[in-house]
Design a protein around this ligand. Structure first.
Ligand SMILES: Cc1cc2nc3c(=O)[nH]c(=O)nc-3n(C[C@H](O)[C@H](O)[C@H](O)COP(=O)(O)O)c2cc1C
Length: 368
């Protein structure tokens, strides 16, 4: 039985969007689009279940933003042209039909690209081969390729891709908000990370320079969508290919990062860590959520990472989170908020859903 403080079920506003409660579905890539990157009827049914089951907010899987280097996986859906945007319309309509809200997560894979139908090379801040190996459940195999260092023009194209995808998301696809993927080892996080960003131009160097691309993307996205929809960003230390990573500058980095995101005018920061309630650094006791709250006062904070355990969720709510995002627990319980409201036992997450490929399974669509 899970029994969070029932305040989690009260409404919450992000920007101009009223969410019916403070529970969000975390973004989860399911490589179930068509080869051309279109969302399908199956994807629509998959997302609909979360809204039907009471989640206040659904954040989509990472959607690629341009027809150059952004795509990371075969069958990853995109938001890079009108056709792809139109395909999302049935998802957004269905979610809203159940009084839910849905934000598009905009993602550029950078060096972690393991399947891109537009370019054969991969692109990154610097020519540094990513740690780890490609993810098998997204059709990957072996080492990541050595990326090419992005030129100023490549960087400008990437920023423009985020802005164009944001316009398509809000004007054509009908999304209620935008989450910029700045976390987990993908392009924006590669710029933020000391060992993957070895540039000596304005995009590299100290943490203020390394967060610059994320800030420029926020600025471009905000200029593109105006106040039509909330705009936020996902931030983490850990990466899909480097779980243990800590920001080299410790709490000083947190001050710069969260402070400059706030100054850039984001409506929300989605803080994710493997275990979000734990101290962020070896020195000091503050969690990353607590540091986000401290340095980005007034900005909505969504917390994610192992928060299906009630006392962990309560910890991050005490640390200052406004909302909780759930990944695996939402897969196991698409109706988790309804279960909470009725004090019903939750189903355990069954990892076999994600194997051998992480695509959407018929058994899931039978849930809720
Ligand atoms: C199958 C799967 C796919 C994921 N894809 C994404 C993604 O596209 N974008 C993202 O920001 N995080 C992604 N994540 C990370 C989740 O959003 C979340 O941070 C992680 O599951 C930890 O939260 P949890 O403990 O509630 O599951 C993914 C996680 C899983 C399990």
């Amino acid at each position: 039985m899970i029994d969070y403080n029932q305040q989690i079920l009260t409404p919450y506003d992000i920007g101009n969007r009223r969410l019916r409660n403070r529970l969000a579905v975390a973004p989860m890539t399911r490589v179930s689009g068509t080869e051309a990157g279109l969302a399908t009827a199956e994807i629509a049914r998959y997302y609909e279940r979360f809204a039907k089951g009471g989640f206040g907010l659904v954040i989509t899987e990472g959607l690629y933003t341009d027809q150059k280097y952004a795509q990371g996986y075969p069958f990853q859906p995109g938001l890079s042209d009108v056709e792809q945007a139109k395909a999302w319309r049935r998802v957004t309509d269905l979610v809203r039909a159940h009084n839910g809200s849905v934000f598009a997560q905009l993602m550029h894979a950078g060096a972690l690209n393991q399947g891109n139908r537009f370019e054969t090379a991969t692109a990154a801040p610097s020519a540094v081969r990513p740690k780890g190996t490609q993810m098998k459940f997204y059709y990957g195999e072996g080492q990541y390729p050595l990326p090419q260092a992005m030129s100023d023009e490549d960087i400008a194209d990437a920023i423009a891709g985020f802005a164009q995808a944001a316009v398509l998301a809000t004007h054509t696809a009908g999304f209620d908000g935008i989450e910029i993927h700045g976390a987990n080892g993908y392009l924006l996080d590669q710029f933020l990370t000391d060992y993957t960003n070895q540039r000596d131009d304005r995009w590299g160097g100290n943490v203020q320079a390394r967060i610059r691309l994320t800030l420029e993307v926020i600025k471009a996205v905000r200029a593109a969508v105006g106040t039509l929809a909330p705009v936020g960003v996902r931030i983490s230390q850990s990466k899909v290919n480097d779980y243990e990573h800590k920001w080299a500058e410790g709490e000083a980095a947190a001050e710069v990062i969260f402070g400059s995101l706030k100054d850039a005018g984001v409506d929300f920061i989605h803080v994710t860590e493997f275990e979000a309630w734990k101290p962020a650094f070896i020195e000091g006791n503050a969690s990353l959520v607590e540091l986000a709250r401290r340095y980005a006062s007034q900005v909505a904070i969504i917390a994610n990472g192992g928060l299906d355990v009630p006392h962990h969720a309560e910890q991050v709510l005490r640390d200052g989170a406004d909302m909780i995002a759930l990944g695996k627990a939402a897969l196991a319980n698409p109706d988790l908020p309804s279960r909470l409201a009725t004090h019903t036992t939750l189903a355990e997450f069954d990892a076999s859903i994600l194997g051998p490929i992480a695509n959407i399974k018929d058994s899931e669509l039978a849930l809720a």
